[in-house]
Design a protein around this ligand. Structure first.
Ligand SMILES: NC(=O)c1ccc[n+]([C@@H]2O[C@H](COP(=O)([O-])OP(=O)(O)OC[C@H]3O[C@@H](n4cnc5c(N)ncnc54)[C@H](OP(=O)(O)O)[C@@H]3O)[C@@H](O)[C@H]2O)c1
Length: 324
Protein backbone atom coordinates (compact mmCIF):
# COMPACT_ATOMS: atom_id res chain seq x y z
CA UNK A 1 0.00 0.00 0.00
CA UNK A 2 0.93 3.66 -0.36
CA UNK A 3 -0.08 6.65 1.75
CA UNK A 4 0.77 10.30 2.31
CA UNK A 5 2.83 10.31 5.52
CA UNK A 6 3.09 13.28 7.86
CA UNK A 7 6.07 12.87 10.18
CA UNK A 8 6.60 16.59 10.74
CA UNK A 9 3.41 18.73 10.85
CA UNK A 10 4.91 21.90 9.38
CA UNK A 11 2.64 22.00 6.33
CA UNK A 12 1.72 20.30 3.11
CA UNK A 13 5.25 20.38 1.62
CA UNK A 14 6.54 17.97 4.28
CA UNK A 15 4.11 15.19 3.27
CA UNK A 16 5.64 12.21 1.45
CA UNK A 17 3.96 9.52 -0.69
CA UNK A 18 5.37 6.43 1.02
CA UNK A 19 5.18 2.67 0.48
CA UNK A 20 4.10 0.92 3.68
CA UNK A 21 3.38 -2.70 4.64
CA UNK A 22 -0.33 -3.48 4.22
CA UNK A 23 -1.57 -3.98 7.80
CA UNK A 24 -3.97 -6.64 9.08
CA UNK A 25 -6.98 -5.49 11.11
CA UNK A 26 -6.89 -5.98 14.88
CA UNK A 27 -10.03 -6.75 16.89
CA UNK A 28 -12.74 -4.20 16.09
CA UNK A 29 -11.01 -2.96 12.93
CA UNK A 30 -11.46 -3.45 9.20
CA UNK A 31 -8.98 -3.01 6.35
CA UNK A 32 -10.48 -0.64 3.76
CA UNK A 33 -9.25 -0.36 0.16
CA UNK A 34 -9.84 3.35 -0.37
CA UNK A 35 -11.62 4.38 -3.56
CA UNK A 36 -12.19 8.05 -2.71
CA UNK A 37 -11.23 10.49 0.05
CA UNK A 38 -12.50 14.05 0.33
CA UNK A 39 -10.63 17.11 1.46
CA UNK A 40 -12.09 18.94 4.45
CA UNK A 41 -10.61 22.14 5.87
CA UNK A 42 -9.47 20.34 9.07
CA UNK A 43 -7.24 18.14 6.83
CA UNK A 44 -5.30 21.30 6.01
CA UNK A 45 -5.12 22.47 9.63
CA UNK A 46 -4.01 19.05 10.94
CA UNK A 47 -0.85 18.88 8.76
CA UNK A 48 0.02 22.44 9.88
CA UNK A 49 -0.34 21.50 13.59
CA UNK A 50 -3.19 24.05 13.85
CA UNK A 51 -6.09 21.66 14.47
CA UNK A 52 -7.49 20.94 17.93
CA UNK A 53 -6.72 17.23 17.46
CA UNK A 54 -3.00 16.43 17.19
CA UNK A 55 -2.41 12.77 16.19
CA UNK A 56 0.81 11.01 17.28
CA UNK A 57 3.53 11.13 14.60
CA UNK A 58 3.83 9.84 11.99
CA UNK A 59 0.24 9.83 10.75
CA UNK A 60 -1.60 9.66 7.45
CA UNK A 61 -3.99 12.63 7.03
CA UNK A 62 -7.41 12.29 5.42
CA UNK A 63 -10.35 12.35 7.82
CA UNK A 64 -13.03 11.06 5.51
CA UNK A 65 -13.07 8.35 2.87
CA UNK A 66 -15.04 5.59 1.20
CA UNK A 67 -13.99 2.21 -0.14
CA UNK A 68 -14.38 -1.53 0.06
CA UNK A 69 -13.74 -3.74 3.10
CA UNK A 70 -10.85 -6.11 2.34
CA UNK A 71 -10.36 -7.81 5.71
CA UNK A 72 -12.32 -7.92 8.95
CA UNK A 73 -10.88 -8.07 12.49
CA UNK A 74 -12.10 -10.20 15.36
CA UNK A 75 -15.46 -9.27 16.83
CA UNK A 76 -16.69 -7.27 13.84
CA UNK A 77 -20.20 -8.43 13.04
CA UNK A 78 -21.90 -5.70 10.99
CA UNK A 79 -19.36 -5.66 8.12
CA UNK A 80 -18.08 -8.30 5.70
CA UNK A 81 -15.36 -8.50 3.05
CA UNK A 82 -16.62 -6.76 -0.10
CA UNK A 83 -18.92 -4.26 1.66
CA UNK A 84 -18.83 -0.66 0.43
CA UNK A 85 -18.40 1.72 3.36
CA UNK A 86 -17.93 5.40 4.17
CA UNK A 87 -15.86 6.30 7.18
CA UNK A 88 -14.85 9.40 9.09
CA UNK A 89 -12.02 8.34 11.36
CA UNK A 90 -10.02 11.59 11.53
CA UNK A 91 -6.90 10.26 9.79
CA UNK A 92 -5.82 7.54 7.36
CA UNK A 93 -7.78 8.50 4.24
CA UNK A 94 -5.05 9.87 1.98
CA UNK A 95 -3.65 6.55 0.82
CA UNK A 96 -4.60 3.36 -0.96
CA UNK A 97 -5.58 1.40 2.19
CA UNK A 98 -6.26 2.08 5.84
CA UNK A 99 -7.28 0.34 9.02
CA UNK A 100 -10.59 1.80 10.20
CA UNK A 101 -12.49 1.30 13.46
CA UNK A 102 -15.45 -0.84 12.34
CA UNK A 103 -17.84 1.14 14.56
CA UNK A 104 -17.12 4.28 12.49
CA UNK A 105 -17.79 2.62 9.12
CA UNK A 106 -21.22 3.21 7.63
CA UNK A 107 -22.31 0.65 5.01
CA UNK A 108 -23.13 2.56 1.81
CA UNK A 109 -26.60 1.80 0.45
CA UNK A 110 -26.87 0.76 -3.23
CA UNK A 111 -26.74 3.84 -5.47
CA UNK A 112 -24.50 5.80 -3.10
CA UNK A 113 -21.24 6.23 -5.05
CA UNK A 114 -17.83 6.12 -3.36
CA UNK A 115 -17.22 9.76 -4.38
CA UNK A 116 -20.48 10.94 -2.77
CA UNK A 117 -19.85 8.65 0.21
CA UNK A 118 -16.43 10.20 0.80
CA UNK A 119 -17.87 13.73 0.58
CA UNK A 120 -20.91 13.31 2.79
CA UNK A 121 -20.45 12.70 6.50
CA UNK A 122 -18.40 15.68 7.72
CA UNK A 123 -20.18 18.46 5.85
CA UNK A 124 -23.79 17.28 6.09
CA UNK A 125 -23.50 16.13 9.70
CA UNK A 126 -21.91 19.43 10.74
CA UNK A 127 -24.48 21.54 8.94
CA UNK A 128 -27.47 19.47 10.09
CA UNK A 129 -26.29 19.48 13.71
CA UNK A 130 -25.66 23.24 13.48
CA UNK A 131 -28.90 24.32 11.83
CA UNK A 132 -31.44 21.80 13.06
CA UNK A 133 -30.13 20.99 16.54
CA UNK A 134 -28.06 23.92 17.77
CA UNK A 135 -30.07 26.70 16.06
CA UNK A 136 -33.47 24.95 16.08
CA UNK A 137 -34.11 26.38 12.60
CA UNK A 138 -37.82 26.72 11.76
CA UNK A 139 -39.50 26.70 8.34
CA UNK A 140 -39.97 30.25 7.09
CA UNK A 141 -36.96 31.65 8.95
CA UNK A 142 -34.09 33.32 7.10
CA UNK A 143 -30.57 31.83 7.25
CA UNK A 144 -27.39 33.62 6.22
CA UNK A 145 -24.65 31.17 5.16
CA UNK A 146 -21.12 32.61 5.01
CA UNK A 147 -18.51 30.83 2.84
CA UNK A 148 -21.61 29.38 1.23
CA UNK A 149 -19.87 27.80 -1.79
CA UNK A 150 -17.46 25.77 0.39
CA UNK A 151 -17.88 22.24 1.73
CA UNK A 152 -19.96 22.88 4.85
CA UNK A 153 -21.51 25.93 3.19
CA UNK A 154 -23.03 24.05 0.25
CA UNK A 155 -24.35 21.41 2.67
CA UNK A 156 -25.85 24.17 4.83
CA UNK A 157 -27.70 25.67 1.83
CA UNK A 158 -29.23 22.30 0.93
CA UNK A 159 -30.20 21.44 4.51
CA UNK A 160 -31.73 24.86 5.21
CA UNK A 161 -33.78 24.60 2.01
CA UNK A 162 -34.86 21.04 2.90
CA UNK A 163 -36.04 22.49 6.24
CA UNK A 164 -38.17 25.13 4.50
CA UNK A 165 -36.00 28.14 5.36
CA UNK A 166 -35.13 31.11 3.18
CA UNK A 167 -31.38 31.15 2.39
CA UNK A 168 -29.10 34.10 1.78
CA UNK A 169 -25.73 32.81 0.56
CA UNK A 170 -22.60 34.94 0.95
CA UNK A 171 -19.35 34.15 -0.86
CA UNK A 172 -16.30 35.86 -2.35
CA UNK A 173 -16.98 35.72 -6.10
CA UNK A 174 -19.84 35.99 -8.57
CA UNK A 175 -19.06 32.44 -9.76
CA UNK A 176 -19.45 31.12 -6.20
CA UNK A 177 -22.67 33.12 -5.73
CA UNK A 178 -24.06 31.66 -8.96
CA UNK A 179 -23.34 28.12 -7.72
CA UNK A 180 -25.21 28.90 -4.48
CA UNK A 181 -28.22 30.14 -6.43
CA UNK A 182 -28.20 26.95 -8.51
CA UNK A 183 -28.24 25.00 -5.24
CA UNK A 184 -31.40 26.78 -4.18
CA UNK A 185 -30.24 29.90 -2.32
CA UNK A 186 -32.94 32.58 -2.55
CA UNK A 187 -30.46 35.46 -2.68
CA UNK A 188 -26.70 35.92 -2.65
CA UNK A 189 -24.14 38.50 -1.57
CA UNK A 190 -20.64 38.73 -3.03
CA UNK A 191 -18.84 40.00 0.06
CA UNK A 192 -15.70 40.82 -1.91
CA UNK A 193 -17.46 43.72 -3.58
CA UNK A 194 -20.70 44.29 -1.63
CA UNK A 195 -21.16 45.50 1.95
CA UNK A 196 -22.45 42.50 3.88
CA UNK A 197 -24.37 44.45 6.52
CA UNK A 198 -26.05 46.84 4.06
CA UNK A 199 -27.06 44.04 1.69
CA UNK A 200 -28.50 41.99 4.55
CA UNK A 201 -30.62 44.93 5.64
CA UNK A 202 -31.96 45.35 2.12
CA UNK A 203 -32.62 41.63 1.58
CA UNK A 204 -34.47 41.23 4.89
CA UNK A 205 -36.38 44.51 4.94
CA UNK A 206 -34.27 45.69 7.89
CA UNK A 207 -35.11 42.67 10.08
CA UNK A 208 -31.88 40.71 9.60
CA UNK A 209 -31.32 36.93 9.33
CA UNK A 210 -32.73 34.74 12.10
CA UNK A 211 -29.78 32.35 11.90
CA UNK A 212 -26.20 33.01 10.77
CA UNK A 213 -24.04 30.01 9.80
CA UNK A 214 -20.38 31.10 10.04
CA UNK A 215 -17.55 28.73 9.00
CA UNK A 216 -15.32 31.65 7.93
CA UNK A 217 -14.73 34.08 10.85
CA UNK A 218 -12.37 37.01 10.30
CA UNK A 219 -13.88 40.40 9.52
CA UNK A 220 -17.22 38.99 8.35
CA UNK A 221 -18.28 37.86 11.82
CA UNK A 222 -18.93 41.24 13.38
CA UNK A 223 -20.56 42.61 10.21
CA UNK A 224 -22.92 39.64 10.12
CA UNK A 225 -23.65 39.75 13.84
CA UNK A 226 -24.54 43.44 13.65
CA UNK A 227 -27.23 42.54 11.10
CA UNK A 228 -28.76 39.59 12.98
CA UNK A 229 -32.48 39.58 13.81
CA UNK A 230 -34.06 39.90 17.25
CA UNK A 231 -33.68 36.49 18.99
CA UNK A 232 -31.18 35.50 16.28
CA UNK A 233 -28.84 32.51 16.64
CA UNK A 234 -25.23 32.95 15.50
CA UNK A 235 -23.59 29.60 14.72
CA UNK A 236 -19.83 29.52 15.33
CA UNK A 237 -18.72 26.76 12.93
CA UNK A 238 -15.13 27.56 11.98
CA UNK A 239 -12.45 30.08 11.13
CA UNK A 240 -11.37 29.38 7.56
CA UNK A 241 -10.23 33.01 7.13
CA UNK A 242 -7.63 32.49 9.88
CA UNK A 243 -8.09 34.95 12.75
CA UNK A 244 -10.56 33.99 15.50
CA UNK A 245 -12.85 37.01 15.79
CA UNK A 246 -13.84 38.68 19.06
CA UNK A 247 -17.29 40.24 19.49
CA UNK A 248 -18.35 43.11 21.77
CA UNK A 249 -20.81 41.47 24.17
CA UNK A 250 -23.25 44.38 23.99
CA UNK A 251 -24.23 43.09 20.53
CA UNK A 252 -25.97 39.88 21.68
CA UNK A 253 -27.54 41.87 24.52
CA UNK A 254 -29.03 44.47 22.17
CA UNK A 255 -30.54 41.81 19.85
CA UNK A 256 -31.59 39.29 22.49
CA UNK A 257 -29.42 37.04 20.32
CA UNK A 258 -27.40 33.90 21.07
CA UNK A 259 -23.86 32.93 20.13
CA UNK A 260 -24.07 29.17 19.61
CA UNK A 261 -20.99 26.94 19.40
CA UNK A 262 -20.99 23.99 16.98
CA UNK A 263 -18.62 21.02 17.43
CA UNK A 264 -20.08 18.13 15.49
CA UNK A 265 -17.18 15.73 16.22
CA UNK A 266 -17.74 15.93 19.97
CA UNK A 267 -21.52 15.82 19.54
CA UNK A 268 -21.10 12.50 17.70
CA UNK A 269 -18.95 11.10 20.54
CA UNK A 270 -21.00 12.45 23.46
CA UNK A 271 -24.47 11.88 22.00
CA UNK A 272 -24.08 8.84 19.71
CA UNK A 273 -27.78 7.92 19.63
CA UNK A 274 -28.79 11.44 18.53
CA UNK A 275 -26.00 11.46 15.96
CA UNK A 276 -27.10 8.07 14.56
CA UNK A 277 -30.69 9.34 14.24
CA UNK A 278 -29.42 12.43 12.42
CA UNK A 279 -27.33 10.32 10.01
CA UNK A 280 -30.40 8.19 9.24
CA UNK A 281 -32.38 11.34 8.43
CA UNK A 282 -29.59 12.61 6.18
CA UNK A 283 -29.35 9.25 4.36
CA UNK A 284 -33.11 9.46 3.78
CA UNK A 285 -32.82 12.98 2.39
CA UNK A 286 -30.02 11.78 0.07
CA UNK A 287 -32.19 8.89 -1.16
CA UNK A 288 -35.05 11.35 -1.80
CA UNK A 289 -32.73 13.67 -3.76
CA UNK A 290 -33.10 16.55 -1.27
CA UNK A 291 -29.35 16.72 -0.67
CA UNK A 292 -26.36 15.73 -2.79
CA UNK A 293 -22.67 16.55 -2.35
CA UNK A 294 -21.43 19.21 -4.75
CA UNK A 295 -18.24 17.83 -6.27
CA UNK A 296 -15.84 20.56 -7.40
CA UNK A 297 -13.59 17.98 -9.05
CA UNK A 298 -11.92 14.62 -8.53
CA UNK A 299 -8.12 14.33 -8.63
CA UNK A 300 -5.75 11.34 -8.41
CA UNK A 301 -4.69 10.56 -4.82
CA UNK A 302 -1.07 11.19 -5.82
CA UNK A 303 -1.96 14.85 -6.52
CA UNK A 304 -2.84 15.62 -2.91
CA UNK A 305 -0.45 18.59 -2.69
CA UNK A 306 -2.14 20.31 -5.66
CA UNK A 307 -5.52 19.59 -4.07
CA UNK A 308 -4.41 21.24 -0.82
CA UNK A 309 -3.18 24.28 -2.79
CA UNK A 310 -6.57 24.58 -4.50
CA UNK A 311 -8.35 24.56 -1.12
CA UNK A 312 -5.87 26.96 0.49
CA UNK A 313 -6.39 29.51 -2.30
CA UNK A 314 -10.22 29.45 -1.82
CA UNK A 315 -10.61 27.73 -5.17
CA UNK A 316 -12.79 24.78 -4.14
CA UNK A 317 -16.53 25.03 -4.80
CA UNK A 318 -18.26 22.28 -2.87
CA UNK A 319 -15.93 19.35 -2.26
CA UNK A 320 -12.68 18.16 -3.79
CA UNK A 321 -12.34 14.37 -3.86
CA UNK A 322 -9.14 12.35 -4.31
CA UNK A 323 -9.52 8.99 -6.02
CA UNK A 324 -7.41 5.82 -6.37
N1 LIG B 1 -17.49 23.05 14.01
C1 LIG B 1 -17.47 21.89 13.37
O1 LIG B 1 -17.98 20.87 13.86
C2 LIG B 1 -16.82 21.84 12.01
C3 LIG B 1 -16.92 20.69 11.21
C4 LIG B 1 -16.35 20.72 9.92
C5 LIG B 1 -15.67 21.88 9.48
N2 LIG B 1 -15.56 22.94 10.33
C6 LIG B 1 -14.87 24.18 9.91
O2 LIG B 1 -15.61 24.81 8.90
C7 LIG B 1 -14.72 25.60 8.11
C8 LIG B 1 -14.99 25.33 6.64
O3 LIG B 1 -14.64 23.98 6.32
P1 LIG B 1 -14.85 23.43 4.83
O4 LIG B 1 -14.33 22.03 4.83
O5 LIG B 1 -16.21 23.73 4.39
O6 LIG B 1 -13.81 24.36 4.04
P2 LIG B 1 -13.91 24.97 2.55
O7 LIG B 1 -14.67 24.06 1.67
O8 LIG B 1 -12.51 25.33 2.17
O9 LIG B 1 -14.78 26.29 2.75
C9 LIG B 1 -14.30 27.36 3.51
C10 LIG B 1 -14.74 28.66 2.87
O10 LIG B 1 -14.19 29.70 3.68
C11 LIG B 1 -13.95 30.82 2.86
N3 LIG B 1 -12.65 31.44 3.18
C12 LIG B 1 -12.47 32.71 3.58
N4 LIG B 1 -11.18 32.98 3.78
C13 LIG B 1 -10.51 31.85 3.49
C14 LIG B 1 -9.13 31.51 3.50
N5 LIG B 1 -8.19 32.41 3.86
N6 LIG B 1 -8.76 30.26 3.13
C15 LIG B 1 -9.69 29.36 2.79
N7 LIG B 1 -11.04 29.61 2.77
C16 LIG B 1 -11.43 30.86 3.13
C17 LIG B 1 -14.01 30.36 1.42
O11 LIG B 1 -15.21 30.95 0.87
P3 LIG B 1 -15.15 32.39 0.16
O12 LIG B 1 -13.99 32.38 -0.79
O13 LIG B 1 -16.47 32.45 -0.52
O14 LIG B 1 -14.98 33.39 1.28
C18 LIG B 1 -14.22 28.86 1.47
O15 LIG B 1 -15.14 28.40 0.49
C19 LIG B 1 -13.31 25.26 8.57
O16 LIG B 1 -12.86 26.27 9.44
C20 LIG B 1 -13.49 23.96 9.31
O17 LIG B 1 -12.49 23.76 10.30
C21 LIG B 1 -16.13 22.95 11.56
Amino acid sequence: MHAWLCDNPVGVDALTWTELPTPQPAAGQVLVAIQAASLNFPDLLIVQNKYQIKPPLPFVPGAEYAGVVQAVGEGVTHLSVGDSVACLSGTGGFGTHTLAPAELCLPLPPGFSAVDGAAFIMTYATSHHALMDRAQLQAGETVLVLGAAGGVGTAAIQIAKAAGARVIAAASSDEKCALCTRLGADASINYSRQNLRDELKTLTGGKGPDVVYDPVGGDYTEQAFRAIAWRGRYLVVGFAAGPIPALPLNLPLLKGASIVGVFWGDFAKREPASNAAMMRELAGWYAQGKIKPVIDRTMPMTELKAAYAHMGSRGVMGKLVLVN
